[in-house]
Structure formats: structure tokens, C-alpha cells
Design a protein around this ligand. Structure first.
Ligand code: PAF
Length: 284
């Protein structure tokens, strides 16, 4: 039977447990989440367990990464099911900060990341990475792990966090986890819960169009032309709109210029499907 993880809600309890483990020579892995966990999150826990003796998951729906009008209020909150799922994955401790304890009334620090955090997501969600940067910094400072795992589905977020940790001299190894997909190839996401049957069928076209686009690029089609065809394919399939179909360098995330592919290219896509914003990406 799965062992229930230790649940802590205060920084004092969190630090007490982590220091006790450190005292007995354990290494610590961290998997920050916003809850509404699915098998993709559990694969992050499994990966963290390969790197660290004890794994801490955090659950916090971070208000600062949602823009006004986004789904902060309606974001699924499923704490009991999340804890059961984390137990099944062998997570050792779940940190669920008490509401109000992450950002007290005096909170006034912000972090602006340029470079990898510019363009792509930032063109459409200008304050998203500011919110991610501050909460990830706080969570990593609180847990003080040796390593932390983030999913490659949020590819630009992963690149941004890698940069953040370097820039703040945090002694934490950041490990990217491969994208977990359902049997139809749809990247697992907490927001997939918003779809009805029809919406889910349409959402499952995302990876089909994306992989077709990558195959065309690999076969030698001009990158801009293949991206434009993918954009049109989404609209023809019935997607609401396309934020971007973009090819960027896999490390710097600078846009590939000139329409010619190189070995470092990553295809990144953001679309709106029946009112739900979806992102996905793949190597080319
Ligand atoms: O990817 C997420 O779930 C969130 O952006 C993160 C990294 C937990 C920060 O709130």
C-alpha cells in the first residue's frame, strides 16, 4: 500500500523536516506544482526519486502568474486527490503553503527575466514569467533542495527557470522531464479537465498537426512555410485562434531566422481550443 507523504503547511514544519533529512545524509528533490495533478506530474516525482533520496512536492496555485481575466479563480483545486496521487508515486513530503503565507501584505519584490523569457509566451502573457520567477524563487528558497524537476511541456518556463537558478547562484540542479502524453498524443495538462468530449477530440489534433509540421521541416520544407501551414491547419480544424507556431533555438529560445533548419531547433506552439489555451512543443 502507498505510504501517505508527510503533509506540511508552514515553513517551520517544512524546514524542520528537510533539515532532519539532511542531518541523516539524505539529498532532497523538489517538484513544484499548482496541484490538479495528473500522470505528467507523477512522472516528475518518479524522475525526482531517481535523483534524490527524499522528494518534496509543493502545491500552490500561484496568483502572480495569472493575468486578470485568466483562470486563477476557476483553476482546479483537488487537494485530497492530489495527496493520494502523490502517495501512489512515492512522494515523501507535500508542502501546501497556507493561503497568504507566500505573499504577505508587505511583499514588494519582483523579478524580471529577459533573454529566454522574452517573446513566445511573453508576447501573449506579458507578466507570466514574472509571476513564475518570484514563486519558483520563493519555493526553492523554502525547500532548499539539491535538485528540482520541471516538465518540458512548459518548455520556455523550464528554460527560464534554468536561467533564474544560474543568475541567483542557487546550488540546485534543474532537471527537465519529457512531456507525458495520453494515448492520443495530447500533452497532459491540468487544463485538459476543462474539455467536454468534443473539445478533447479537437485538442488531440494539436500534437498531430505539430508532429506533421515538424516532419515537413525535417523533410526540408522552408520552416516559415511549414509553420504557416500548421497555423492554417489549426484554424481549418476549428481551433479558436493560434498564438504562435514558432521555431526557436532549443537553449536560447531565439527565433530561427531565414527559414532554414539547424540541429538545435525546437518547434513551440500555443493555440486556443474551445476557450482553453494549450501549449506543446517538440524537437525537430
Ligand atoms: O508549471 C507549473 O505548474 C507552475 O508554473 C509552477 C512552476 C509550479 C509555478 O507556479
Amino acid at each position: 500500500m502507498a505510504k501517505t507523504p508527510i503533509i506540511v503547511r508552514t515553513l517551520r514544519e517544512l524546514r524542520g523536516q528537510v533539515w532532519e533529512w539532511r542531518g541523516s545524509g539524505e539529498t532532497i528533490g523538489c517538484v513544484p506544482t499548482m496541484g490538479a495533478l495528473h500522470d505528467g506530474h507523477l512522472s516528475l516525482i518518479t524522475l525526482a526519486k531517481k535523483h534524490a533520496g527524499k522528494v518534496v512536492a509543493t502545491i500552490f496555485v500561484n496568483p502572480t502568474q495569472f493575468a486578470p481575466g485568466e483562470d486563477f479563480e476557476s483553476y482546479p483545486r483537488t487537494e485530497a486527490a492530489d495527496i493520494a496521487a502523490l502517495a501512489s508515486a512515492g512522494c515523501d513530503l507535500v508542502y501546501i503553503p497556507e493561503p497568504g503565507s507566500m505573499y504577505d501584505a508587505g511583499h514588494c519584490t519582483s523579478i524580471k527575466i529577459r533573454g529566454v523569457a522574452e517573446s513566445l509566451e511573453t508576447d501573449h502573457r506579458p507578466t507570466f514569467f514574472d509571476g513564475v520567477a518570484i514563486v519558483v524563487t520563493k519555493l526553492l528558497n523554502r525547500v532548499a533542495p539539491d535538485m528540482a524537476v520541471f516538465g518540458e511541456k512548459d518548455y520556455q518556463q523550464l528554460a527560464t527557470i534554468r536561467r533564474l537558478v544560474i543568475d541567483f547562484d542557487m546550488p540546485i540542479k534543474i532537471v527537465g522531464a519529457p512531456i507525458a502524453r495520453d494515448a492520443h498524443g495530447l500533452a497532459l495538462s491540468s487544463r485538459n479537465k476543462y474539455f467536454d468530449t468534443d473539445g478533447l477530440a479537437l485538442a488531440r489534433q494539436l500534437n498531430v498537426i505539430m508532429f506533421e509540421c515538424a516532419a515537413k521541416m525535417r523533410a526540408g520544407m522552408n520552416v516559415d512555410k511549414a509553420a504557416e501551414q500548421a497555423r492554417q491547419a489549426f484554424l481549418d480544424a476549428g481551433y479558436d485562434s493560434v498564438d504562435y507556431v514558432s521555431v526557436a533555438s532549443k537553449n536560447s529560445l531565439t527565433k530561427l531566422e531565414g527559414g532554414i533548419l539547424n540541429d538545435n531547433a525546437r518547434l513551440l506552439i500555443a493555440v486556443h481550443c474551445r476557450g482553453v489555451r494549450l501549449i506543446d512543443n517538440c524537437a525537430i
